[in-house]
Ligand binder design. Structure first.
Ligand code: SF4
Ligand code: SF4
Length: 280
């Protein structure tokens, strides 16, 4: 970072904002470490546009901070980008093999299963808590997401599923099966909106340093705790990531997106092909 930018960043971080205008000034001086300049600039523009709209509509400062901290802003912006992608879908969408009951992508990698925001974690808990005690995805496959219905292999939290799930698709269901079994087949990936989502949430966190804590959560753990009857607070506590997970996820996903394609084995967070990038 250039000296003048460092000075501006220090000055912005010293001043505690009292308004959305103050937040926007902070955002303007906040870098996103480890991100490509173009990705960081794009995330900053979109976050600033959200804040500008909130300001014009008289959204209280505290509500704007909370929306940034919980990931609601990232969810709204990336959701709009996804909707735009679907209006003029790229080949990865039109040629996707995805169908109800095809659930190899819901067999989650590792203990984490994917990075989600607080807003998404709370929504998943609300959707799954009433299903506590019912058979869940692990009755079909030991590594399956607990939100999955083991009989129909459809998502029992469909309307509340996180952006990670909404962004993941594949041209080849058999490649997904191979990858779920530990192989390295090509064909599956994340739409580019997911990269924006991660960048916007990470930039929100950088902007809010010293104001409020911003966390991310493990999809598998939230779903498991929810279907096991844990309260929302307990589920969040069980699933809370250390701060570096968001940065690791963001960097891993960006690296994967710059490659021609990546195998599913690296995890859904890291499976991103350039074919799925937004074209806007
Ligand atoms: S991503 Fe793969 S496993 Fe998931 S629905 Fe699409 S084709 Fe099926
Ligand atoms: S939340 Fe739903 S779509 Fe996402 S991994 Fe779990 S079962 Fe699959």
């Amino acid at each position: 970072m250039a000296r003048s930018a460092r000075t501006a960043r220090r000055k912005a971080m010293r001043e505690v904002p009292r308004s959305i205008a103050g937040l926007r000034a902070r955002l303007a001086a906040t870098p996103l470490p480890g991100a490509e300049a173009a990705r960081a600039d794009r995330a900053r523009r979109m976050l600033d546009a959200w804040l500008g709209t909130a300001e014009r509509h008289g959204v209280p400062y505290r509500d704007a901070v909370r929306a940034m901290a919980t990931g609601e802003v990232a969810r709204q912006v990336a959701g709009a980008l996804l909707a735009e992608t679907m209006r003029d879908p790229p080949p990865i969408v039109t040629e996707a093999a995805c169908a109800a009951g095809c659930a190899f992508c819901c067999i989650l990698d590792g203990p984490d299963g994917g990075t989600i925001t607080e807003a998404e974690a709370r929504a998943l808990h609300s959707a799954l808590a009433p299903l506590a005690g019912h058979p869940d995805g692990r009755d079909w496959h030991p590594q399956a997401c607990p939100a999955l219905d083991p009989e129909t292999r459809t998502c029992r939290a469909y309307d509340a599923r996180p952006l990670l799930c909404r962004s993941f698709l594949s041209r080849d269901a058999d490649a997904c099966r191979v990858n779920a079994e530990g192989g390295a087949a090509e064909g599956a990936g994340l739409l580019g909106a997911h990269l924006d989502y991660l960048a916007i949430h990470a930039l929100s966190r950088e902007t809010l340093v010293g104001l409020v804590k911003v966390s991310t959560f493990a999809l598998r753990e939230i779903a498991a705790a929810s279907v096991e009857g844990a309260s929302c607070d307990t589920a969040l506590a069980r699933a809370r990531h250390t701060p570096r997970v968001l940065d690791d996820t963001r960097r891993g996903t960006a690296r994967a997106a710059s490659a021609a394609s990546r195998p599913r084995r690296a995890g859904r967070d890291a499976a991103s092909g350039p074919e799925g990038e937004n074209r806007n």
